[in-house]
Write a protein that binds this ligand. Sequence first.
Ligand code: UT7
Length: 316
Amino acid sequence: MNRGIEIVGLGKMLPAACVTNQQIAEQTDTSDEWIRSRSGICTRYFCKEGESQTDLAAGAAANALADAGVRAEEVGMCIVATATPEYVTPATAAVVQKRLGLPEDIPAFDLNAACTGFIYGLQLAAAMLHAGTLQHPYVLLIGAERLSGVIDPVERSTYVLFGDGAAAAVIRVSDTGRFLCRLGVRGDAEVLYGPTKEKAEPYLHMNGRAVFRFATETILSGIALLEAESGIAAGDVDYIVCHQANQRIIEHVQKKLKLPHEKFFMNLQKYGNTSAASIPLALADMKEAGLLKKGVRLFLLGFGGGLTKGAAYMEF
Ligand code: UT7
């Protein structure tokens, strides 16, 4: 078990427009029934003109700082986990530094581990906080995506699944809350990739069934790893928070492990798959719902493009 970190504030930001399955079905060859039964998704949010991935990132970060009661000048590092940055350069994190008035003597950068980005960011935050190299005591870790810009309305197998959004966590060293994290990757540019200008394919491509298999294997092996290394059984943690891609993925794992449905937090019904934003959005909604009381123990499981994977144990 690594030395601890704790999340002292959470915040989210969604685009103004909520898009129903019915509205999606007016644009592409699908139905509300198919989307609900195959994925569990009912609505998602899409940015409109004038709303950017950077706006979502900065808004979520400001809300997280307010929730934590932490001032901008107390932030020692800013990481934005994203696969859909507004610019190739500057990094979204650099623009957030300016907009929020974060100090200049901090590292601020984007991290692309696709849907596993938030868990990669947690591990980096823990390492940097414990290395003692940061000038200020808090890490601002943001997951922010504008996936509506990279999904093809004609490609119904991806268009119906994804959404835009951002959520952020304010993190500091903890003397009591334990933390354990394991990361990995199975390099693959065929099962889930894009967009790429090289191939003149401006959209995301996904072999849904192959990713489904990777997801269930990854969550199950991640949970087994966390159980072995933390000494805590999955049945004894308060919640298991998986990347919110598909209700069927989560229910497959739940049934396999014979754990109660309520142990697996889910909010994908509202937001669809928001990639790097999905796990912090789940945490922000859990906090709003009063589920993250002091001492709560969580398993976090991520999987996604890369193909990346990550598993973390955290205490609140
Ligand atoms: O964060 C990245 C992680 N991504 C994921 O976790 C995605 C993992 N995969 C999945 O969630 C599922 O594989 C999907 C939701 C993408 C697809 O569900 P599925 O049960 O694997 O469906 P399928 O791809 O096997 O397609 C079944 C049928 C096909 O028709 P036929 O060949 O049986 O006639 C598809 O053409 O459903 C059809 N189909 C659709 N029909 C209506 C595919 N997409 C749609 C759609 N609406 N949107």
